[in-house]
Design a protein around this ligand. Sequence first.
Ligand code: SAM
Ligand code: SF4
Ligand code: SF4
Length: 404
Amino acid sequence: MKVRSSAACALKLTAHAVSERVIPIIAQPLGNLPLPSLVDGAEALAGASLKDRLQRPLRDLRISVTDRCNFRCSYCMPKEIFNSDYTYLPHSALLSFEEITRTAKSFIALGVEKIRLTGGEPLLRKNLEVLVEQLAALQTASGKPLDITLTTNGSLMPRKAQSLKDAGLKRVTISLDGLDDAVFKSMNDVDFPVSDVLEGIAAAQAAGLGPIKVNMVVKRGTNEQEILPMARYFKGTGIALRFIEYMDVGATNGWRMNEVMPSADVLKMLQSEFSLMPLAPSQIGETAERWGYLNAQGEHEPHLGEVGFISSVTQAFCSDCNRARLTTEGQLYLCLFATQGYDLKSLVRENQDPNALTQAIAAIWSQRADRYSELRQAGKDASNASADQANATRRKVEMSYIGG
Ligand code: SAM
Ligand code: SF4
Ligand code: SF4
């Protein structure tokens, strides 16, 4: 088990007692689960199609390429923990591009059709285009091109958009939590202006990295006043704005249920100004519930675009969850809220046999039964704030480490 910067964090805790935020000491990876025996993997592979214990296939792989970021969003990497005392992973601990590509091939052999690069801030990883190029050369098991996308805070997009597109990146999701500079700067906590993210979005658009999605985390009491301005701004631009419920991911952001703005409330706010209708999911396992804008005749008008709601807190979507997450240092996590991962790096580094890696992943996936959000929702009494709080401070892995 690795515990990073605990002394520094403990010191900061004292400061936090004053500001009444809950910041637990543990901030980083928690430990590994044992890899299953390869015999189990061979059995899992022998099935017609790999499924987990809840009959969910493996389709989507999220790869975190760095645990570092140039922002300090309070809901993700609070400054008090992720400060100059914080120890990030050394470069030698990161999977190399060649190792990532080799691992991705095993996932693809088991059904993965979509890869999302994330982090931390993925554009901080040097020469990321090289990785994109290696991944873009791969095909799905049925011979189709791989869907490769990336989630970014947009800050480096103006510099990187064209080279990423040239390397084979298909599209991007860019995070932006509001249009008001003061609100946005207080949320990214590094004084980063809105205009620079908008420039990043424009650069992605100009490079053809679309359809672009914009992610807005809504935190009650912080940025709900930005919901309507953001909707007005992106309506009709071809960019889908997605509202994300503030999640109790990780254990350092001091999450509280009363800071979550349920998607239902966001929708209600939008409907005070816009006519919207629910749209069918574009694919199974889609995280966002889609709503399209209507025209004056009450018909869905595709050119006006759509909004999406990612409601992990109030409306669990575990039953379709087909996502696996590979951390920066090669641990496989089966759920965003998991407390432990499987150390694939040792297998990737020590055993050059690609079948061994594929079999290990198959065995791990076939044993998967994770459904954190569903269980929480099922067991939750809405008035039971202390149960929510206990969940929030479970020693879950950090978002910046596992990738969003
Ligand atoms: N740095 C990149 C970015 O911000 O887009 C990629 C990594 S970030 C961890 C991926 C996504 O997770 C972002 O859209 C971010 O807003 C979201 N996110 C981070 N912490 C969150 C939280 N506690 N609740 C909901 N969404 C969160
Ligand atoms: Fe960085 Fe993204 Fe986390 Fe914000 S959400 S701190 S940009 S990794
Ligand atoms: Fe998937 Fe876990 Fe989220 Fe459920 S809680 S949708 S299993 S990542």
